[in-house]
Each structure stands twice: as structure tokens, then as C-alpha cells.
Write a protein that binds this ligand. Structure first.
Ligand code: DX5
Ligand code: ZN
Length: 225
């Protein structure tokens, strides 16, 4: 059976009681807390920044996983390190000098990740993979929670997994983000994902956060081919 990590995205949480919502996820067995940072330029939406990351840091000991959907993310790396995040993922589409940004993230003591949009080819990852700790395959166009999973993402995840095997880079997490639900998580895990982000599937609906996480973990526990 697979050992899959679940990273609830607080984007779908109730921000009026953010600390409680994070603690609920931690108590229910969440592995990381995912922070969706949006700037209204790279993506149409504006969400949170280092201030909220710092509040999240005070609410949990779990790794904080910052997903920067912002132009020129290198401008804000120090702010996020001061806020206490553990991992920073930048979009390949926002970084003409990607290697420099990745090295800077590592220099600052955080683990670097690189995200690709649905329209970005897997091949763009080839040169950077040996330098990073995580690849994030977006399975929706970034900007909003609650969108539908793009079905071709499953093949794309499998292609990233094959590239990781081909390049024999060990220990790189393969993360998937967008439209994850009880219905889609199984395919994502079978294709080779090791960590799954879930926003509305954790914080939406009528069930408790604990029940939602339990069901996601159950649905993810598929045999690895
Ligand atoms: C989308 C964000 C996601 C989003 C996931 O731009 O990066 O992390 O919050 O939300 P769901 O799980 O509802 O698709
Ligand atoms: Zn995200």
C-alpha cells in the first residue's frame, strides 16, 4: 500500500477561525499545511501573504508548505522565511532565472519546489529536477479553490514520475494540487503522486475536517502498480 501525505489548503478554511481550522487538520492526521499565496497578477485572485503564514506558524508544528502564485517570487523569500514556512514552491512560469531562485530558497534554509501549470510541458522540468525537493503538478489552472480536476493531469503526473525515474533523482516529492476529491485522489496516487493538496475536499461540504481527511486517506490507499 502507498504512504501518501495529505496537505490541506487553508484557502477553503474559515479564516475567522484559522488557528482552530489548522489544529483540526493536524489532529485529524494532516501531514503538511498548504498556503496558497496569490498576487492578482500571475493569477486573477488575491489571497494571503507572510502575515497569515506567520499566524499559521503559531497554530501548528506541521511543515508549512507555501505555494507562491506570484510574479517575481524572489522578492518575498526572506519575508516567508521570517514568517516560519518550511517549504517554498515557485511557478516555473514566473521565474526566468529559476535555478537562482531555487538556490536562494535553499540558502535561506527552506526546501525548494517548482510548480507547473496545466498548459506547461513536463519537459520544462528536466534541468531543474536535480536541484529541487518537490515538483508540483497543477491539476487545475491556479487561482481558485473548488475547481474541477483536469483529467489529462493523470497522464501528466505519470510522465513526471517517469522523468524522476529516468533521471534517478531520489527523494523528490511529487505533489498534485487542484480538484482533489474522494473520486480523483486514487488516480493521482496510482499515477505516482506522493503528496496531495486538498482544499474544498478538506474544508468544504457538510462533514467534519477529521472525517474528510479520513476519507481522503482511505481513498488514497490504493496499491502502487
Ligand atoms: C489553486 C490552489 C489550490 C487550491 C486547491 O490555485 O493552488 O491549492 O486551493 O483547492 P481545491 O482542492 O478546492 O481544488
Ligand atoms: Zn496550492
Amino acid at each position: 500500500m502507498s504512504d501518501i501525505l495529505i496537505a490541506p489548503s487553508i484557502l477553503s478554511a474559515d479564516f475567522a477561525r484559522l488557528g482552530d481550522q489548522i489544529r483540526e487538520a493536524e489532529a485529524a492526521g494532516a501531514d503538511w499545511i498548504h498556503l496558497d499565496v496569490m498576487d492578482g497578477h500571475f493569477v486573477p485572485n488575491i489571497t494571503i501573504g507572510p502575515l497569515v503564514a506567520r499566524a499559521a506558524r503559531r497554530s501548528t508544528d506541521l511543515p508549512l508548505d507555501a505555494h507562491l502564485m506570484i510574479q517575481a517570487p524572489e522578492r518575498y523569500l526572506e519575508d516567508f522565511v521570517r514568517a516560519g514556512v518550511d517549504r517554498i514552491t515557485v511557478h516555473i512560469e514566473t521565474c526566468p532565472h529559476l535555478h537562482r531562485v531555487v538556490e536562494r530558497i535553499r540558502e535561506l534554509g527552506m526546501k525548494p519546489g517548482v510548480a507547473i501549470n496545466p498548459g506547461t510541458s513536463v519537459d520544462t522540468l528536466r534541468e531543474i529536477l536535480p536541484h529541487i525537493d518537490l515538483v508540483l503538478v497543477m491539476s487545475v489552472n491556479p487561482g481558485f479553490g473548488g475547481q474541477s480536476y483536469i483529467p489529462t493531469s493523470t497522464q501528466k503526473i505519470a510522465r513526471v514520475r517517469a522523468l524522476l525515474t529516468e533521471l534517478t533523482v531520489a527523494g523528490v516529492e511529487l505533489q498534485v494540487d487542484g480538484g482533489i476529491s474522494m473520486e480523483t485522489i486514487g488516480a493521482v496516487v496510482s499515477a505516482g503522486a506522493t503528496i496531495v493538496v486538498a482544499g474544498s475536499a478538506v474544508y468544504g461540504g457538510t462533514q467534519s475536517v477529521a472525517e474528510n481527511i479520513r476519507r481522503l486517506k482511505e481513498a488514497a490507499a490504493v496499491p502502487i502498480p
